[in-house]
Every structure is written in C-alpha cells, then in structure tokens.
Design a protein around this ligand. Structure first.
Ligand code: T3D
Length: 255
C-alpha cells in the first residue's frame, strides 16, 4: 500500500499521508512519495492542494523506529524534510494543511509550512522534539516564530505541552476548527473555493507574504508593484473587473 496517496477532484489535489497505524510518521518512502505528489501538484490544472492524514493522525513526525540515531542527521534532514518544505513554499498555489488528528514533531512543522491550517476538533498538537531531546526542525523554528511570535513559540516548543484544536485556534496556529464528522466535506468546500479563485494572484500573494518577513518596507512596496503589474496582465483580472461591472460572480480560469 502506498505511504502517500494523491487524488484529484477537479482542480483540487488531495495528498494523504497514509501510515495510519503509525500516525503517519515519516519514513524515507513517505518522504519520497510526498515529494512525487508535490511534483504532481505543479500541474497547471491543479489550483489548490490539500495535505492531510489517514486515520486518527495528521503526522506524528519522524518515525522513531527508523530514527537516524548515530547517522548523519543533518544530511537526512536536508535530503528529505527540507526538500518537501521547500516544495510546498515554492508551489505557486495555495496549500491547505487539513489537520485531521494528532500533529507532532516534524508533522507539526509540515503543517506550519502550508499556507492555511484547518483543524478537526479531534486534532491536537504536540511539539514532540523536546520530548526526545531534540530541537524543532523542518522549519519548526522558522514558521512557529512567524505564526506565534518568539515568546509563545519558545515556551510551547520547550514545554511539550499538548494543545487542543480550540487552543491552537485561539493562538492563531490554525485558521479554523471544523467538526470531525464533517471535516472532509468542510475542507473540500474551502479547497474548491480557493481553486475557483484567481490562481495567479493567489500565487503572487503567497510569494509576497513569504518575502515580507525579510524585506524592508521600500523593498516590499517595490515587490508589490511588480507583482501587481503581473496580476494586472492576467485574464482573471479582466474577468474580475468585467464581472464587477456586470454585477455577477467572477468566473476565474486561473490564467
Ligand atoms: O534524526 C532524525 O530523524 C531527526 C528528525 C526529527 C524529526 C521529528 O519529528 S522528532 C519528533 C518525533 N515524534 C515524536 O517524538 C512523537 C512520538 N509520538 C508521541 O509522542 C505520541 O505517539 C503522540 C503524542 C504523537 C500521540 O499519542 P497517542 O497516545 O495518541 O498515540 P500512541 O498510542 O502513542 O501512538 C499510536 C501508535 O503510533 C503507536 O504504535 P503501536 O504501539 O500501536 O504499535 C505508536 O508507537 C505509533 N507512533 C506514534 N508516534 C510515532 C509512532 N511510531 C513511530 N514513530 C512515531 N513518531
């Protein structure tokens, strides 16, 4: 059975981490299959991506049975987690982490690398790393610092405290909490809405927010001007303006 499954529904690609008996903990194979699925997500017909987990877990992070103790940990991280985190960030379309359940360690980092996090009310979040004497990796310091601020991120990641979905929402770690029973349907609705949006403008917005963290105001104003010049050349911009004038819903094509 594949450790990652990718399914297409219209212009939404859903990538499911699929080792439910181990809470979708990462193995080499899972990394490789996730990478292949993220490559497939580059297809122009895909306009929104969902990453989720099978069973009661999103992901419990590194498979501790396949742990690289004594091995070259840094090289392993570079060759696996880094590649997939960068693939998500460079993907020119929105990526939703649909956190269906347990989310720990590098699984938490992966969720934070996504553009939007939606949580099931059955989900919970555990730092994990400190529990086994490690530091947050796979972007865990980068993304959590930006999402939560340094004091809260540091306190949480060094406490190993289990956070409920409601607490994660109150902290701003997830955008919304949906009922477990209707979680898949709720995620599908959000993903379809994003996929029906002006895909190029959404991609440019993603890039602008990534750059904003390290830009000066002057640099960022210039980047916005350049991105807007690009967005203004799209069919979706023409359609958006026409739809406004005709008092109807815009029908964006993603071009
Ligand atoms: O060198 C390197 O690899 C560096 C890279 C590091 C990246 C990291 O992600 S480090 C952090 C690794 N993750 C963890 O430390 C979390 C370990 N898991 C847990 O603490 C707990 O399982 C959870 C808090 C996530 C969930 O607890 P609970 O009670 O809901 O479930 P459980 O009963 O502990 O787990 C269910 C099964 O999944 C169980 O298997 P079993 O006994 O039924 O056969 C458990 O062993 C398995 N499982 C859970 N997490 C992992 C795992 N198996 C392998 N690796 C795991 N990470």
């Amino acid at each position: 059975m594949a450790e990652v499954e990718a399914t297409r529904d219209g212009s939404v690609l859903t990538i499911t981490l699929n080792r439910p008996e181990k809470l979708n903990a990462f193995t080499r194979t899972l990394h490789e299959e996730l990478h292949a699925a993220l490559e497939a997500a580059r297809d122009p017909g895909v306009r929104a991506v969902v990453v989720t987990g099978a069973g009661r877990g999103f992901s419990a992070g590194q498979d501790l049975g396949a742990f690289s103790e004594g091995g070259d940990v840094a090289s392993m991280l570079r060759a696996t987690y880094h590649v997939n985190v960068m693939a998500i960030r460079s993907l020119e379309k929105p990526v939703i982490a649909a956190v269906n359940g347990v989310c720990a360690g590098a699984g938490l980092s992966l969720a934070c690398a996504c553009d939007i996090r939606l949580a099931s009310d059955a989900a919970f979040f555990v730092p994990g790393f400190v529990g086994i004497g490690l530091v947050p990796d796979s972007g865990g310091t980068y993304f959590l610092q930006r999402l939560l601020g340094t004091p809260r991120a540091f306190e949480w990641m060094t406490s190993n405290r289990r956070l409920t979905a409601a607490e994660a929402h109150a902290w701003g770690l997830v955008s919304d909490v949906l009922e477990a029973d209707s979680f898949s349907a709720g995620v599908a609705e959000r993903a379809a809405a994003l996929a029906a949006g002006p895909t190029r403008a959404i991609a440019l917005t993603k890039r602008l927010y990534d750059e904003a963290g390290t830009s000066t105001l002057e640099e960022q104003l210039e980047r916005e001007a350049e991105a807007q010049a690009e967005a203004a050349q799209t069919d979706d911009f023409r359609e958006g303006v026409a739809a406004f004038g005709e008092k109807r819903e815009a029908r964006f094509s993603g071009s």
